[in-house]
Design a binder for this molecule. Structure first.
Ligand SMILES: [Zn+2]
Length: 300
């Protein structure tokens, strides 16, 4: 299978948010589409590869966060394509008011700059999945796996020898071996995340394509580094909370940890780009919510 990463250059920054384009004579396939704000980048990227956006017929969403699915409604309207999503996220695509409202609470005036317009996906253009399905689309066989941990509406797709891991496979930028678990509120569940890693690991894939950003072939090292990061985040957030600290302190600890793990030798923008992919204060919020809602007994 031939697959192309399309760099959406979020906030003008390359190598942070991407969509995947799989060409097929019977209708191209996208895995995630990024936010509405970068839709023109997506179209331009597809054209640059020598294809027409109007020939994209299917959009497989890993989850409905705006950096992955924000442009889905507009693509459904402009290209008439079919959108695939986990059942726990379907309602938000059909009726996005609440999603927009809660994102606006978080991002405020940055909402438009970061994410742009968000439109509903018409019901007849939405295919709702649970995970466990095998989809035959455009001459390709996709297997969908329910992979919670980062979000309760997260799917990973397996095709050929490749896993499209959305965010459950972590954030890892090109040129780095550091894999970070992005932990924004409200669904973080570190136990479920570990199980999802095991589900994907058993597929014995040859390559993993993460949304932030790109393709990697060293799967075993990748999973190990992601598991280590999950353990580190678990431990540092628990320590801070048991000591009575809050989000700033957790965010600071994550920043220090990342600074130790990320090699900036080859690229001085590495730290800032990791932080753009998973802002540390937001990551802290998600971890705090995880402990207080899911494992309050650990805080005693
Ligand atoms: Zn993401």
């Amino acid at each position: 299978m031939k697959v192309h990463a399309v760099d959406l250059e979020l906030m003008g920054t390359p190598g942070v948010v991407g969509a995947y384009f799989i060409p097929s004579e019977t209708g191209h396939v996208l895995v995630d589409c990024g936010p509405g704000a970068t839709l023109e980048k997506l179209y331009a990227g597809i054209k640059k590869l020598g294809f027409e956006p109007s020939d994209v017929k299917h959009l497989l969403l890993t989850h409905i966060h705006l950096d992955h699915a924000g442009a889905a409604g507009r693509l459904a309207r402009e290209l008439g394509l079919q959108v695939y999503v986990h059942k726990n996220g379907a309602g938000h695509l059909l009726r996005p008011e609440r999603l927009i409202e809660s994102a606006t609470r978080i991002y405020g005036s940055m909402m438009d700059v970061l994410w742009g317009q968000f439109e509903a996906v018409p019901e007849n253009q939405l295919t709702v999945l649970e995970g466990g399905e095998t989809l035959n689309i455009s001459g390709l066989e996709f297997r969908a796996f329910y992979t919670p941990g980062h979000a309760i509406h997260h799917l990973a797709y397996f095709i050929d020898d490749a896993i499209f891991s959305g965010d459950v496979g972590g954030v890892r930028l090109q040129g780095s071996s550091h894999v970070v678990a992005p932990t924004p509120a409200p669904d973080i569940d570190l136990e479920a995340w570990r199980e999802s890693i095991n589900t994907l690991r058993e597929l014995n894939a040859k390559r993993i394509l993460v949304s932030h950003y790109g393709e990697f072939g060293d799967l075993e090292a990748h999973w190990k580094n992601l598991e280590k990061n999950i353990n580190d985040l678990e431990q540092l957030s628990l320590e801070v909370m048991r000591g009575g600290g809050g989000r700033e302190e957790i965010a600071k600890r994550i920043e220090i940890l990342s600074g130790q793990e990320i090699s900036t030798a080859s690229d001085s923008t590495m730290n800032t780009r990791y932080q753009l992919a998973t802002p540390y204060l937001m990551a802290a919020d998600g971890l705090i919510r995880y402990w207080t809602r899911k494992r309050p007994e650990a805080l005693l």
